[in-house]
Design a protein. Structure first.
Length: 386
């Protein structure tokens, strides 16, 4: 086929696609000569951006710092961001787009399990290593050899919530409220098992949809069932609403809540008096007293973005430095990167120590916090390790 015929055929295909409402992505050179381009699927806009903004910021900072130290595999690092919003289909299309456009050696996937479950089959087809932060156990149960989780999985979070409610707080009658999806339901099931194994009682479990604006009926049922503590497995905005409703309904029960509510962006949505009886978990204890590297990261992040970093988004910063270590050793061959990621052991990041297990999970502990009275400030209690 001659050059003129090829151009004509491409034009015709593009026109046909436009008429059918289909987008055809033609490859572009996102990485110039001397650059390594990797993809990042980020919920930049929409309700998922409570954590997505932090993910976006942390990778921007990692890119600049890595390039200041020589880049990756001897080349400048370029991170190509795609907004996945709050839609599974948008996440899949964004992944396909970045694969076609830049042919990356690695992709940072979404921080939400539902989006990653939708994208996972495409990762298998593309055979590109991916790092992700969505906590749902359904992801590692796929046993996809190309995927590596850079934060605690939800089974560990459920373990910590239940252990703290029972062993840590001494509560005996636990109510569980959770968002009904691939994140909340498995977490609730796992938490219930741990509560029962501790000798305490689960007096009720109540679910709500992510789009619900009123969970008062579910909360009233748990109160009526005699709950002396609530375990809440939620995202940021819906978890904030649960706490607001508890205050409005004068339900004076302590709450142990999941990490999505404990990050700074979510806590800022909640009045201090609504946090008065809240304990919760976060992926890590991210504070200056943990050492000079952590202190420098926190300061640089806040100076640049005017907000405090949180461990949920900052794990992508650590993931980028793990990627640098791996690519500096084996280059940009995808299979070699995958195989090297499987061997990561005791990598010390700003959020956690990373070691890859047989399911691709790289983080195996998280931190428990209370809230300083009259404030939104977390107070570290302890670390729980799997």
């Amino acid at each position: 086929m001659g050059k003129k015929q090829l151009i004509t055929r491409r034009t015709a295909l593009t026109g046909m696609a436009a008429g059918a409402g289909i987008t055809i992505y033609t490859p572009r050179l996102s990485a110039q000569s001397g650059e390594v381009a990797v993809g990042a699927m980020v919920p930049i806009t929409g309700p998922f951006n409570v954590s997505g903004q932090q993910y976006h910021f942390s990778l921007q900072m990692a890119q600049d710092e890595i390039n200041a130290k020589g880049g990756v595999a001897g080349k400048k690092l370029k991170i190509v961001f795609e907004d996945v919003k709050d839609s599974n289909s948008v996440a899949v299309n964004a992944y396909l787009k970045v694969v076609r456009d830049i042919n990356p050696p690695l992709v940072f996937l979404s921080s939400y399990t539902t989006q990653n479950l939708a994208t996972e089959p495409e990762v298998t087809k593309a055979m590109i290593p991916g790092m992700y932060a969505g906590g749902g156990d359904a992801m590692h149960m796929k046993k996809n050899p190309w995927l590596f989780r850079i934060r605690p999985h939800d089974g560990l979070q459920a373990l910590a919530l239940a252990k703290h409610a029972t062993e840590g707080m001494g509560k005996k009658k636990i109510g569980i409220i959770y968002v009904q999806n691939d994140f909340g339901q498995p977490g609730a099931i796992a938490a219930e098992k741990v509560v029962k194994a501790s000798g305490a009682e689960v007096v009720g479990t109540e679910a709500y949809a992510f789009t619900d604006n009123d969970m008062s009926a579910q909360l009233q049922k748990l109160k009526n069932a005699g709950a002396d503590c609530l375990i809440c497995i939620s995202y940021g905005k819906d978890g904030a609403l649960v706490l607001k409703l508890l205050k409005e309904m004068n339900i004076d029960i302590p709450v142990v809540i999941s990490s999505g509510v404990m990050v700074p962006a979510a806590r800022n949505l909640i009045a201090p008096d609504e946090l008065a009886k809240v304990n919760g978990v976060m992926d890590a204890y991210l504070a200056p007293e943990r050492g000079p590297d952590v202190a420098a990261y926190i300061k640089n992040f806040k100076d640049r973005f005017k907000v405090d970093p949180d461990p949920f988004g900052s794990c992508y910063y650590d993931g980028a430095w793990i990627m640098k270590q791996v690519m500096d050793k084996v280059g940009t061959d995808r299979t070699k990167i995958r195989d090297e990621l499987k061997t990561v052991k005791d990598f010390k990041g700003v959020t956690n120590v990373f070691s890859t297990d047989e399911l691709g999970n790289m983080v195996h502990s998280l931190a428990v916090f209370s809230i300083k009275p009259g404030t939104r400030d977390p107070v570290f209690i302890r670390t729980i390790t799997a």
